[in-house]
Design a protein around this ligand. Structure first.
Ligand code: NAD
Length: 382
């Protein structure tokens, strides 16, 4: 069995996503399992090249994981012949420039979302990638969550009949940072640093909806900055200049209405941090990160409104658990494996820069909708 190494620059590897999900849970996990087997019998062996600003942090991460290849010099890393892929998990506002430099260097690109802070930037990257003739992939991890895999299975089986609506509750309380430290980086709450709920989460909602039910045709959105002042990583108070909540309605084909509440200023009274409910003529389902429950039309109880009586029905008891029926790997790793096979074996990979640009477009138009207080139709991108 032959082994083929593939050099991968990981930029932003000291950050939450770059370190935990992409380096440790994906690329190092693939190595721990002996590499990635390809269809022709070759084993693909990722060789991470850690890139960042802080050499102490890079050296410490490299040491912790038995790696030796790290640098603070991105251009020199991109100039190396043994590096084939550039991966980006920088803060959102730095991504476009960094990816553009990787494309110029002729590298394949895999990246966190959103790919850019506006649609023009996202489309410019898509065009540059086409001109460079390289392969590109964008993280769409939610699609690989067990709960959503099971929900998609229900959609594909025709379980719902005619789908009527989707509702999504996403969010949890992000501490203000004074009496308890915030559990998310402070740049997320500053517009000037690429923060904000809409730019962060609407690209996710876009590919989830497109994958489950088809394209989003119109949006109406209201945003709020519920917590106007927060405290950063150094305990310094700052003005939250980006929205920390977004309340949106998306219109899909065939009259499907999707309502999504996304908030970092909400306390969780549900089973999971995100839940999607799909209602159809023949059945309904609620999916979280891991679980999915469903109720068929034949099992739907006859609810009768009567506020004079205390609640007696066990509403949740009437829902059936959708079984796993398969093993679920870490979603980030599953997608990495598919991207690596796309690069070396030309297997299909639909989450490209055009798909990602549609997600950025939705975020941009949702913010415009919020600013102008109106419904906005979403034009198809050429
Ligand atoms: N797919 C998902 O579920 C998911 C979840 C969270 C975040 N993200 C995305 O991942 C990206 C990173 O988010 P995070 O939460 O890991 O952020 P983070 O702040 O933890 O990490 C950001 C990284 O960028 C680097 N960086 C910051 N400023 C820099 C500068 N001036 N020059 C060079 N490097 C700089 C940091 O050193 C760090 O390595 C964001 O674009 C975010 O939208 C995706």
């Amino acid at each position: 069995m032959s082994r083929r190494s593939i050099g991968i620059v990981l930029n932003g590897v000291t950050g939450r996503m770059g370190y935990r999900q992409h380096l440790v849970r994906s690329l190092l996990a693939i190595r721990d399992d002996g590499g990635l087997p390809l269809a022709d019998g070759t084993v693909l062996w990722p060789e991470p090249v850690l890139v960042g600003r802080n050499e102490h942090k890079l050296a410490e991460i490299a040491h912790r994981h038995g790696l030796s290849d790290w640098t603070t010099d991105l251009p020199s890393a991109l100039a190396r012949d043994d590096v084939e892929i550039y991966f980006d998990a920088l803060t959102t506002d730095r991504r476009e420039k960094a990816i553009a430099s990787a494309l110029e260097a002729g590298k394949h690109v895999y990246t966190e979302k959103p790919v850019a802070t506006d649609l023009d930037g996202a489309l410019a990257l898509a065009r540059a990638a086409e001109a460079a003739g390289v392969k590109v992939g964008v993280v769409a991890d939610k699609i690989f969550l067990p709960g959503l895999v099971k929900l998609k299975r229900l959609v594909d089986s025709g379980f719902f009949g005619r789908v009527l609506s989707v509702r999504c509750e996403f969010g949890y309380w992000v501490f203000e940072g004074d009496w308890q430290s915030a559990q998310r980086p402070s740049w997320n709450y500053r517009r000037e640093d690429g923060g904000g709920m809409v730019l962060d989460m609407f690209p996710h909602w876009h590919y989830v909806l497109e994958h489950l039910l088809g394209p989003v045709r119109a949006v109406r959105c209201t945003t709020a900055t519920h917590i106007p002042r927060r405290f950063d990583e150094n305990g310094e108070e700052y003005a939250a200049t980006a929205e920390d909540a977004a309340y949106a309605t998306f219109e899909l084909d065939d009259g499907i209405i999707a309502q999504f509440n996304s908030s970092w200023a909400v306390r969780v009274f549900r089973d999971e941090l995100v839940e999607f409910q799909v209602d159809g003529t023949h059945g309904s389902a609620v999916a979280g990160l891991r679980n999915c429950r469903a109720q068929r039309r034949e099992a739907t109880p006859r609810s009768v409104w009567n506020p004079d009586l205390p609640p007696s029905a066990d509403q949740r008891g009437d829902w059936a658990t959708v079984p796993d029926n398969q093993e679920f790997g870490n979603g980030f790793r599953v997608q990495w494996e598919r991207f690596l096979r796309h690069v070396v074996s030309d297997e299909p990979f639909p989450w490209d820069l055009h798909a990602a640009a549609r997600g950025v477009q939705l975020a941009e138009l949702a913010l415009r909708s919020a600013g102008e207080g109106r419904r906005i139709e979403i034009p198809e991108l050429a």
